[in-house]
Ligand binder design. Structure first.
Ligand code: ADP
Ligand code: ZN
Length: 666
């Protein structure tokens, strides 16, 4: 009988395929790519060591098909990455083949030979003159604790207030480790954070540092992937996709801003890079460090249970006090185009003192919608259950859900041709920018959102301009806030926190508190004490007051008690089953069917099905159902059973997905 190998393909199927080896070939190592016949096509597959999923031959009980050719002499994925992929596929209920193929650079997925691809020479400049790092006492105490135990798995958490110098601590630990011929992976939540993090590491370290993220070209990705594998790169600073990079001698993983929801992939293979990092560290028996000024509740609970070891940085490195915070009740001081009179007054006085101002607003565009006051017309998207955002700069109405755009022309919008009175509803960055231009015509104002910062060059330009004092007022979204260290910002304004406070998502409050703390942390980092102004219609929210009075640490402790009482994560585990279809009833019935079949299990609870928050997107309806359990094992088992049930009953005529540990519920 011919020798058989198990092969996975880059397709949404939950099992591997058996192929026979050509005569004379005894076996193939796992991790090697092969070309195989699949249906009428040829396909690239990867050999795995044991069968995955239900045993299924590609050709029923008849003769097995033979592989066409073997592409690699050596495995392109080693055992540890294969192992990590297997774990991830099991945990996140995603087909192993697709997980494995995400861990392979795009060029190699198409079957090209590694040897045939010319490698670009390393273009990173290493200069020899580096500053020595000197830590302060607090940083130093943590440094000496962590380096005591470097050669084994441990999860450390560094909870350090904004500006306390987490990055310098990472650098010092990295320096120590790198002197022993090792490699380090640093995961950051956003591409935008990679250049500045690299710069800061390069200031001190004479090592080969590279970045890895989705906007690199395919050949650059491959270059980094293979040099990393050969041990030629010392530090990789990357976004979540870097958590599957191969390393020759990985000795430490750092996850910066571990609370950030961008670390979770929100589509297809819905993994959380922080959790992958922890599992990877455990499997490789190396330490992992999670850093944040505002750790996620999951992480805090793990510290509380002594699964993680927590260290704290309680002082700002530059010794400035944390900013003074002022709340403005917008029921009383009604903002005009987003700016209350108190905020206006404060901006004016900062400008007079030649200080920088940063204003945060969660949305881009001019307004959430346009409305006619006369006939009640509103700019609803005809394909989605949502409004079309008005972009004034491009004079377009734009649905941020399905991408539909149309040019705005005052006349043709609504039914009343005569007295039509079109007004904007809600604020976005453009509207705030316009108001600021009206109020402060002499100020140099810069808007920072994904409409203005469209590439890396623009990002660097904006950071440079800000740091060299060429900007007076910055107004922007998340992009403006995350991780930046602007020395001259002394006033921060948060235009509105209410959407977070009134959110249906049980994490709404946690996210709002993280946002407030992170945004506030941009103020007064270097010299003078900063100021923060928060506008809200709910100025007396008890937990927000706790946050402002006693800080994130006390806030989170109190908020965790409320989570516990409600048996919500991290005190329970959840998965979200989503369905979507052009027929509304189909997606609802699909979930009902599953619920009816499975709900007699007292170890899990089902909530829903209910329409998704945006129930219709691009003409497709979405429903969702939450599955929760007090025990992670039960939740995973149930998720697996549900998946198998769907596949067996061939309920697959509608689109569905399962999201383990979902971050965005609404
Ligand atoms: P965090 O990431 O904790 O908010 P940063 O790492 O950005 O804080 O540090 C805040 C500021 O303090 C930065 O300007 C940083 O360069 C400076 N800093 C922190 N630690 C040191 C150190 N040991 N030596 C020199 N500068 C430091
Ligand atoms: Zn739409």
């Amino acid at each position: 009988m011919a020798n058989i190998v198990n092969v996975v393909l880059d397709i949404p199927i939950y099992h591997s395929f058996d192929y026979s080896l050509p005569k004379g070939m005894q076996k193939l190592q796992s991790g090697v790519r092969v070309e195989v016949p699949f249906g009428k096509r040829k396909s690239i597959g990867l050999v795995i060591s044991k069968k995955n999923g239900a045993s299924l031959n590609n050709n029923d009980k008849f003769s097995l098909k033979e592989i066409i050719s073997v592409i690699d002499k050596e495995p392109i994925l080693d055992k540890s990455i294969m192992n990590l992929c297997e774990w991830s596929a099991d945990y996140y209920q995603y087909p192993l083949g697709q997980v494995i193929f995400t861990a392979i650079p795009p060029i190699l997925r198409k079957g090209r030979l590694i040897q045939s691809i010319k490698e670009k020479k390393n273009d990173c400049i290493i200069s020899n003159i580096k500053k020595p790092i000197k830590l302060n006492d607090e940083q130093n105490a943590i440094f000496s604790q962590i380096i005591k135990n470097l050669n084994k798995f441990k999860s450390y958490v560094i909870e350090g207030i904004t500006g306390s110098g987490k990055t310098e601590l990472y650098i010092k630990i990295s320096e120590y480790i790198l002197s022993q011929n090792s490699q380090i992976l640093i995961i950051v939540p956003e591409i935008n954070l990679t250049p500045q993090t690299v710069q800061r590491f390069q200031k001190y370290l004479n090592y080969n540092i590279e970045t890895y993220h989705s906007s690199l070209t395919e050949s650059k990705k491959l270059g980094i992937w293979s040099r990393c594998k050969k041990g030629e790169i010392d530090i990789v600073i990357g976004t979540r996709s870097s958590s599957f990079l191969p390393f020759k001698n990985l000795s430490l993983i750092i996850v910066d801003e571990e609370h950030d929801s961008s670390l979770k992939q929100q589509e297809k293979f819905r993994y959380h890079a922080r959790d992958i990092a922890i599992v990877r560290a455990m499997k490789s028996n190396i330490p992992v460090i999670l850093g944040s000024a505002t750790p996620s509740f999951e992480t805090l609970q793990n510290c509380h249970n002594n699964k993680f070891i927590k260290y704290e940085l309680t002082k700002r490195y530059h010794k400035t006090a944390l900013p003074k915070i002022m709340i403005i009740d917008t029921n009383i001081d009604e903002p005009i185009d987003g700016i209350s009179s108190e905020l206006e007054k404060n901006i004016k006085s900062e400008l007079k003192d030649k200080k920088q101002i940063l204003l945060y607003i969660g949305r881009r565009g001019f307004s959430h919608a346009l409305m006619c006051k006369n006939c009640d017309w509103i700019s609803k998207c005809h394909k989605c259950d949502s409004y079309m955002t008005y972009h004034d700069v491009s004079k377009t109405l734009w649905c941020h859900y399905c991408g539909y755009r149309k040019k705005f022309s005052q006349k043709k919008l609504c039914d009343c041709q005569e007295n039509c009175n079109i007004v904007p509803v809600g604020y976005g960055t453009e509207r705030i920018e316009r108001r600021l231009n009206d109020l402060f015509p002499d100020a140099r104002i810069m808007r920072v959102d994904s409409d203005t910062i469209t590439n890396n060059k623009k990002l660097i330009e904006f950071v440079d301009k800000t740091n060299t004092g060429k900007i007076d007022i910055l107004v922007g979204t998340q992009m403006l806030v995350k991780g930046h260290d602007f020395p001259n910002v002394s006033l921060v304004g948060i235009i509105d926190i209410d959407s977070g406070l009134f959110s249906l998502d049980f994490r709404g409050l946690e996210k709002t508190a993280q946002l407030i703390t992170q945004v506030s942390g941009r103020s007064g980092r270097h010299n003078v004490q900063g100021k923060v102004i928060i506008q809200t219609r709910k100025p007396n929210h008890h937990l927000i007051l706790e946050l402002l009075k006693n800080g994130y640490k006390n806030f989170s402790a109190k908020a965790l008690v409320e989570r516990k009482e409600a048996s919500l994560p991290p005190f329970s585990y959840i998965a979200l089953l989503r369905s979507s279809s052009y027929k509304k009833n189909d997606c609802q019935n699909f979930l009902e069917n599953i619920k009816n079949y499975f709900q007699n299990d007292s170890n899990v609870n089902f909530f829903g099905p209910a329409p998704a928050p945006i129930a219709k997107k691009n003409n497709k309806y979405s429903y969702q159902m939450m599955i929760s359990s007090l025990n992670r094992k039960f939740l995973l088992l149930k998720s697996y059973q549900i998946r198998e049930y769907i596949l067996k009953r061939k309920l697959n005529n509608i689109k569905w997905s399962i999201d383990i540990d979902p971050i965005d519920l609404y």
